[in-house]
Design a protein around this ligand. Structure first.
Ligand code: HEC
Length: 104
């Protein structure tokens, strides 16, 4: 029965990994991001998984997107602009963008 402890360790790891992602989803909800964005699907703005795909491996994407979340902007996905989001500070915007870019 040597496999059992590693099985438990793996389960514990899964739980530890799930918690920050859920905290970020909650933050996105609390900051009204989810009024315009789905995780899986487009609403008014692009789905967050599509955003992750678009910028996968792109250097500087994180800084660019943090700036865009804070100040708003248009043109990357279509003519509809994202308004500025003064309800998030820079640290929160960074946390949200890091979470979005980590989605698969
Ligand atoms: C009023 C609707 C609305 C809200 C609220 C909103 N967004 Fe957006 N968002 C959009 C639209 C529309 C776009 C597409 C803009 C474009 O085409 O350049 C977008 C684009 C984005 C992008 C991709 C930008 C790019 O240049 O590719 C990210 C990342 C993003 N939003 C994150 C957020 C986060 C985080 C929040 C919450 C703090 C948020 N959005 C709140 C409408 C919204």
């Amino acid at each position: 029965m040597t496999f059992l402890p590693s099985l438990i360790a793996a389960a514990a790891l899964t739980v530890a990994a799930a918690t920050p992602a859920m905290a970020n989803l909650e933050l996105a909800q609390k900051k009204s991001c989810l009024a315009c964005h789905g995780v899986d699907q487009k609403v008014i703005g692009p789905g967050y998984k599509d955003v992750a795909k678009k910028y996968k491996g792109e250097k500087g994407a994180e800084a660019k997107l943090v700036e865009k979340v804070l100040k708003g902007g248009a043109g990357a996905w279509g003519p509809v602009a994202m308004p500025a989001n003064p309800q998030v500070n820079e640290a929160e915007a960074k946390e949200l963008v890091q979470w979005i870019l980590s989605l698969k």
